[in-house]
Design a protein around this ligand. Sequence first.
Ligand code: SAM
Length: 265
Amino acid sequence: MSNEVIKYYENYKEENRITTNNSRRIEFLTTVNWFDKVFKDSLNILDCAAGTGAYAFYLADKGHKVTATDITPRHIKYINEHLKNKPYTIHTSILDATDMNCFSDETFDVVLNMGPFYHLTNKDSRKKCFEESLRVLKKDGYMVTSYIPRLYLNQMIVMSDEQYLDKNLLNQIRDTGILKHDDPKCFWTDTYYSSYDEMQDLYKKYKLEIKEHFAQDGLLPLFHEKADQWNDEQFKIWFNYHLSVCSNKSIIDMSNHVIIAGQKK
Ligand SMILES: C[S@@+](CC[C@H](N)C(=O)[O-])C[C@H]1O[C@@H](n2cnc3c(N)ncnc32)[C@H](O)[C@@H]1O
């Protein structure tokens, strides 16, 4: 795991990312809309890249038993601070999701792996992380992975700044999905961009029964200047439309963030 990722998040306000405006909160709302449909009973849930706990707190508020871990110390500190005002506890620790030997096999009903997959540029590390998540998941449990499609990404970067209208950069993202912090035109940190087909194949390879595959936000972050001006009624119209198409393959590959979820058999 690269220290660059930790360095990036130590200097970023992750707590504002999916809450502050329409083009961002759609990611959170779409995701919890699915959680609410599927996670009914009180479940034992591991959020192994919990960030500042948006999903961990949401699920704990609903009565689930949540363990929240993350590689970034600032994030775990933030969760621990906010836990002081809660009537429940969340088990927290700083942990690299490529090695979860602190947890026994088949401990959790759900593993949320929502972050590492798009920050691990090394194929073996992604494999380790995926296999660790699967190992600690019970049979019939839900393995939930989020990723960022490379076909979406190239459009986003050229819209953000003309310096990224660079043949080598666009081809690199399209062909390898890898961006390193020391690449000459790095626009983020160490990251890996994937695709609908790659993730379907990965889930099938590990004999997971795919239950859901959906765009968390679609193209909305690309037209954020418009979307962030919408009032709640206008946002609701788009949100309901988005929910009706977010499992469509072409929408998925054009989404900023995507979730694939499957059951361990
Ligand atoms: C964009 S945030 C996502 C947070 C939250 N899961 C969500 O979906 O909103 C990505 C998170 O992944 C964490 N992360 C990246 N690589 C990791 C690793 N190898 N092990 C654990 N956490 C990692 C980062 O520290 C960060 O909190």
